[in-house]
Each structure stands twice: as structure tokens, then as C-alpha cells.
Write a protein that binds this ligand. Structure first.
Ligand code: GYE
Length: 351
């Protein structure tokens, strides 16, 4: 009898003890996890507030924060999808890693968001996760870069820029410039700083410029190297290219951040560039900082890429809410800037 009650006690206290330990340890582990991962786990929160206020819940997977252009693109989406406008926005930064984007999208699906918006880091590899979103009945709006999927019905709409046309514009500008300088028959040595390999901006700009370059037997692309759209990497790559190609005439840099890095490398190496310099500089994006350099003649031409896409995303969502049909592709307007027109635009530039 005594033995029996001891056993019962042991069982009861054994369980109680285990419960107490669990109750103490689990919150400690949870807090530790929160402190360690910070806001990145924001993606797993349940948007309870959105239910109370009847907001449209949007999960936005941004590919990274690699450039000034990206900062402007993020801001544009955040400014359009505000609470005042009726949205509950869940933001996740994938730090240029596709795996992180896939995780974020899966998390949006498990939270049953109303819409998924995402800017894909590269074009390939989205079929499976987008199929999961489709099966869950969540419309996906792709912004900025494009996806390459077998079945176009895996996304509802895409809003972005015509990067191939941007590449062509750079090529056509170089044609005209060389004619004006009466250098159209000279041998022209070109180096290219590419963006993230496999991203729409890299694919389109390379292709577009390549199409024009192919029409000129005297244009020689000495080397194309990726610097992943970042200034630091571009500075490193450019240092090495300057050592290897002293005969370089033209730099094509697929975004402004890389151009800034390359300019630093040229300055360090004592190489002259821009108007009147040895290296003609062609850039993409036309952010405010870069336009200042265009105005000063340090960048010869900047082909605009427009990051202000948030309002269009909101418009697409509103149409879908109203059960209206939406276009599959929306392309934003873009310009091209040289010393002649850069100053005039700087005043009204929002990014
Ligand atoms: O040009 C670059 C950014 O995808 C168009 O990505 C975008 C490009 C933009 O990092 O600065």
C-alpha cells in the first residue's frame, strides 16, 4: 500500500516536474530564438490585427538590399501597401538567396495571406513553390525581375521593366556617340560588369546590348564579369580588369552601384573616365546619386530603370479585389540620361 502510494507520488511529481521544466525551458529557448533571429521571423507571425481591421494581407518577398535601386523599390511597395490604404504588409528580405525567398513564400502560404508579391532574385527554379501558392488559391504578383516557369498561370501578373530594351538603348547610345566623335571605325574595347547571373536584369541587359554590339565588327567585348550588383564587388573586379586591360575604351556596368565601385577603382588607378576621359562609362538605373555624376560628366550615360512599382502593384490588387480582369504584363516607363538632360530631372527625382 505504502509502496503503491510512493509510486503514484513519483508518477505525479515526475510529470509535474517534467511540466515545470518544459514550462521554463521552452520560453527561454523561444526568447533566445527571437533575440538571435530578430525581425526576420516576422514572416511567421499571424496577422491577427489584419482580421480585426479587415485589411488585405500581402506577403512581400524582396530579393535583397544590394543596391540603391532596391531600396527605392522596397520603399515604393511599402508606401503603396499601407494600413491607411487598407493593407497589412508582411515584409521579408531574402538577402539575395533564392532559398530564403522560397521559405518566405511557403510561410506566406501557411499564414494564408490574401496575396503574395515577390521580386525573384533569378528567373529559374520557381515552379514548385508557385504551384503550392496556386494550389492554396493565393494570387501571386511578380514585380521587378521575371520568373521563368513552365506554366504562366502560376502567377497572376508581372510588373517590371524592359531590361532587354534598356540594353539596346545603351548600345544605340554608344553607336551614336562613337559616330559623333568620328570613332565609328576604330577598334573599341569593351568590358562589362554584370549583375546577378540568371536575373532578368542581367539576362536582358546583356542580350540587348549584345544585339547591338553584334552589328559592329570593331566592338570587342574583352570580358564580362559579375559583381552581383554591388559596389564593393565591382571595385574589386574593376581593379583586376584595369590591370589586365589597359586598352579598355568602354565600361558597361549593369547598375549604378557597380558603377560607383568601378569609378573608385579607376580613380585609385589614375585612369581617366567619363566625358573627355579614356574610359567611356555606361550605367543603368539612373538613381539620384548616379545622376549627379552624369551631370558632372563622370558617367557618360545612364539608362533609366524605374523602381517605382508599388502603385501598380496596389492597382492590380484592387482590380483583383473588384473581380476585374488584369493584364498579364505591365511595363513601367523609362528614360535615358546624359549631361544634357540629367540636371532637369534631378529636381523631381524621388529615388
Ligand atoms: O538594376 C539593380 C538591382 O532588378 C532591375 O536589380 C533590378 C536591378 C537593378 O539590384 O540595381
Amino acid at each position: 500500500m505504502k509502496k503503491g502510494s510512493e509510486t503514484v507520488k513519483r508518477i505525479i511529481f515526475g510529470h509535474v516536474g517534467a511540466c515545470i521544466i518544459l514550462l521554463c525551458v521552452v520560453p527561454i529557448l523561444f526568447i533566445g530564438h527571437q533575440l538571435f533571429w530578430g525581425f526576420e521571423i516576422k514572416v511567421d507571425q499571424t496577422p491577427a490585427e489584419s482580421l480585426e481591421e479587415d485589411l488585405i494581407v500581402v506577403g512581400f518577398s524582396q530579393l535583397g538590399s544590394e543596391s540603391g535601386w532596391r531600396t527605392a523599390h522596397t520603399a515604393s511597395i511599402q508606401q503603396a501597401l499601407t494600413k491607411d490604404a487598407g493593407y497589412f504588409l508582411i515584409f521579408n528580405n531574402a538577402r539575395q538567396m533564392q532559398d530564403n525567398q522560397i521559405k518566405a513564400i511557403r510561410s506566406f502560404i501557411s499564414q494564408r495571406v490574401d496575396y503574395i508579391v515577390f521580386a525573384p532574385v533569378i528567373e529559374d527554379g520557381w515552379d514548385t513553390v508557385l504551384q503550392e501558392a496556386k494550389d492554396a488559391g493565393i494570387p501571386v504578383i511578380v514585380t521587378d525581375r521575371m520568373v521563368n516557369v513552365q506554366d504562366d498561370s502560376l502567377y497572376t501578373a508581372w510588373i517590371g521593366t524592359d531590361t532587354r530594351e534598356e540594353g539596346k538603348r545603351a548600345g544605340r547610345w554608344l553607336e551614336t556617340y562613337l559616330e559623333q566623335k568620328q570613332r565609328q571605325t576604330e577598334e573599341i574595347n569593351i568590358v562589362v560588369l554584370k549583375g546577378t547571373i540568371g536575373s532578368t536584369a542581367e539576362i536582358g541587359r546583356t542580350k540587348g546590348f549584345g544585339e547591338i554590339a553584334a552589328q559592329h565588327g570593331n566592338w570587342h567585348i574583352l570580358e564580362s564579369v559579375t559583381a552581383e550588383f554591388t559596389a564593393n564587388k565591382a571595385k574589386e573586379v574593376m581593379r583586376s580588369m584595369l590591370r589586365r586591360y589597359p586598352e579598355m575604351d568602354v565600361l558597361i556596368s549593369q547598375n549604378d552601384d557597380m558603377t560607383m565601385g568601378a569609378i573608385e577603382a579607376m580613380q585609385e588607378a589614375g585612369v581617366s573616365y567619363g566625358e573627355g576621359g579614356d574610359v567611356t562609362v555606361i550605367s543603368f538605373d539612373a538613381t539620384r546619386d548616379a545622376l549627379e555624376l552624369v551631370k558632372e560628366g563622370r558617367i557618360n550615360v545612364d539608362v533609366e530603370c524605374n523602381p517605382v512599382q508599388g502603385a501598380y502593384v496596389a492597382e492590380i490588387i484592387q482590380k483583383l479585389e473588384d473581380k476585374e480582369l488584369v493584364e498579364k504584363r505591365y511595363v513601367v516607363e523609362e528614360n535615358i540620361f546624359t549631361r544634357e538632360n540629367a540636371a532637369a530631372d534631378l529636381g523631381k527625382r524621388t529615388y
